[in-house]
Design a protein around this ligand. Structure first.
Ligand code: SF4
Length: 363
């Protein structure tokens, strides 16, 4: 049976003008009409030696990020052909991988900034070590229609502890996972693309603790495949910088509109500020799909302020998925209002509010 007979909307969405506008580049990479960002990053020369100090590497990285976006525009406009660019001895992607290796030794991939040496065997809040742990990988048919079939790779571990987590066996290490080298991860990405997946969807848990593995893996990927960063949005500014020039589509959660709710349910201090910052940087760095999972009794304190902020700061055409499938998983019973499913009235209230704000590109 064809994937598209299960999800016919995955085909009809390609004719949607709003999707074509908000995910213009992604759709072209998906159809192999433009190169994915990581392929451009591989052709951008970076002159550095791996033993140079980290601040010098960052300085070079920030200069090259500007150059990257200039080069990307030239390629997109047909003024430069990627095939004609030589593969340099060291590239912008190699530089990102080297910086990520350094971060791993004093981990600050996410906003918790544990500063532990994961390469040396220490573990931080997320419980992730140095070697990538795979939970599963398959063509996912349950994602937003423009992503389906999505070459989804689930990793173990997460930097948040959402008490209602749907993937709690993965995020909280109840599954051990299979260790994968970057080369093995690259092979998985390639196989999923070759069987017809539209993208590589990096998810968990959270992909954030494994950024070093992802960057290293994509150094070995040769096929053209759009990268999708499917994240809770709670990552450090350093991670946000490394994602620029690497990620084609940011698929970001916006979970809470109030820090008090984020702390109580997900143990995420400063969540709102961090999440806003990362959404703004994502919109600058690539294309964006925002997921707002509605929680029972969190429409006024969370959903509405989030939707208003999105409209005010990211425009009324940004792609937003207002999700109504909340179900009390894992430890949700510890939070009184999360013991039940979402009511239809709550969903309709959030949806009407989004429409009244003028948000017009709802998934
Ligand atoms: S990814 Fe975040 S939670 Fe995990 S060790 Fe690094 S800083 Fe800590």
């Amino acid at each position: 049976m064809s994937w598209y007979s299960i999800r016919p909307d995955a085909l009809t969405v390609l004719g949607d003008r709003k999707v074509a506008r908000s995910l213009k580049r992604y759709l072209k990479v998906m159809k192999d009409e433009l190169p994915a960002k990581f392929l451009i990053a591989k052709r951008l020369k970076a002159e550095f030696e791996p033993d140079e100090p980290l601040d010098r590497l960052w300085e070079l990285h920030d200069e090259l990020t500007e150059e990257f976006y200039r080069l990307e525009s030239e390629i997109d406009e047909g003024r430069v052909s990627i095939e004609e660019l030589e593969e340099p001895r060291r590239s912008y992607l190699d530089l990102k991988a080297e910086i990520a290796r350094r971060i791993l030794r004093s981990c600050h991939f996410c906003e918790r900034r544990c500063m532990v040496d994961r390469e040396g065997g220490e573990l931080g809040y997320c419980g992730c070590g140095g070697t990538f742990l795979l939970s599963s990988a398959f063509p996912h048919l349950g994602e937003e229609p423009e992503l389906v079939p999505s070459g989804t790779i689930f990793s173990i571990g997460c930097n948040l502890t959402c008490l209602h987590c749907q993937n709690w066996t993965i995020s909280q290490h109840f599954e051990a996972g299979t260790p994968l080298s970057p080369e093995e991860l690259a092979r998985l990405v390639t196989e999923l693309r070759e069987i017809g997946c539209r993208n590589c969807n990096m998810v968990g848990g959270s992909p954030t603790p494994w950024l070093h593995s992802w960057l290293e893996a994509f150094r070995h990927v040769k096929v053209n495949v759009p990268t999708v960063w499917n994240s809770n949005g709670y990552y450090s500014v350093e991670t946000a910088k490394l994602l620029m020039g690497f990620v084609d589509v940011y698929l970001l959660d916006f979970k809470y509109g109030r820090d008090e709710c984020a702390l109580r349910i997900s143990n995420a201090p400063k969540y709102v500020e961090v999440c806003k910052r990362n959404h703004l940087l994502a919109a600058k760095g690539g294309e964006l799909i925002i997921r707002v999972l509605l929680l029972p009794e969190h429409i006024d304190c969370c959903a509405k302020p989030i939707l208003r902020w999105i409209r005010d700061n990211l425009g009324d055409w940004v792609r937003v998925n207002i999700m109504d499938q909340y179900t009390p998983y894992w430890r949700a019973r510890e939070v009184p209002e999360l013991r039940r499913s979402l009511r239809t009235e709550e969903y309709l209230e959030a949806l009407d509010y989004a429409k009244s704000l003028g948000l017009s590109n709802l998934a």
